[in-house]
Design a protein around this ligand. Structure first.
Ligand code: AP5
Length: 211
């Protein structure tokens, strides 16, 4: 199955994409995670992406599309998270999947009000070693500051500061919201209420996908 997640920063795309990919047994491809890994490793891609990410702006389309195209080679199923984020990215993905003769099955739009998004992002923590995602209130680690899975150190993303979150939300409204219409026009959009517990949202996603 080939599915992608749309939604504002903090809507729960990463959380739900990871759950769904595990259930389907397909790779979870997150452009945000790929950029953060490149930044950590200090690669040319990471150096280019970092300035945009720190400001809450989008990395240029050509850079993102090239990276995703490379990752999709040889994959028959996937769950994409954080891509596409602009109409040119959506068109590039459609063309690439046509070449691979592997059309998209669904685009899931997670809908969450902005006041909840701010609460989710400012208390999000990630594991430095394995990337697992926590929330100080909604999904706290068993030992404060340590990952349940691997014991790694938890940290806060630089772009989760309130001012940067507000900029990311603005960019989302301008650049990414129109992408939902692109998929609606193709009959692929599945709108899902992203509020409630992770399990509740996961059930809604499964039923929107008919699984
Ligand atoms: P990216 O990492 O993709 O950031 P984002 O889209 O802003 O999304 P987030 O990761 O902030 O949120 P999410 O929706 O995945 O929520 P999560 O599941 O973590 O991108 C970062 C940057 O990279 C961009 O700003 C841009 O610069 C660049 N970039 C990436 N892709 C790009 C592209 N295609 N084009 C151009 N530039 C690109 O959940 C958030 C928190 O809420 C967590 O703490 C979680 O535990 C908690 N939570 C989740 N679900 C629930 C629930 N149901 N109940 C309670 N808490 C919950």
């Amino acid at each position: 199955m080939r599915v992608l997640f749309l939604g504002a920063p903090g809507a729960g795309k990463g959380t739900q994409a990871a759950l769904l990919a595990r259930r389907l047994g397909v790779p979870h491809l997150s452009t945000g995670d790929l950029f953060r890994q490149a930044v950590r490793e200090g690669t040319p891609l990471g150096r280019e992406a970092q300035a945009y990410m720190d400001r809450g702006e989008l990395v240029p389309d050509a850079v993102v599309v090239g990276m995703v195209r490379e990752r999709l080679q040889g994959e028959t199923g996937f769950v994409l998270d954080g891509f596409p984020r602009t109409l040119p990215q959506a068109r590039a993905l459609e063309e690439e999947l046509a070449v691979l003769a592997a059309p998209l099955d669904a685009a899931v739009l997670l809908e969450v009000p902005e006041e909840l998004i701010l609460r989710r992002l400012t208390a999000r923590r990630l594991c430095r070693s394995c990337g697992a995602v926590y929330h100080l209130e909604f999904h706290p680690p068993r030992i404060p500051g340590r990952c349940d899975r691997c014991g790694g150190e938890l940290y806060q993303r630089d772009d989760d500061r309130e001012e940067t979150v507000r900029r990311r939300l603005e960019v989302y409204r301008q650049e990414t919201a129109p992408v939902a219409q692109f998929y609606r026009d193709r009959g692929l959009l599945r709108q899902v209420d992203g509020t409630g517990s992770e399990e509740e949202v996961s059930h809604r996603v499964a039923s929107a996908l008919g699984r």
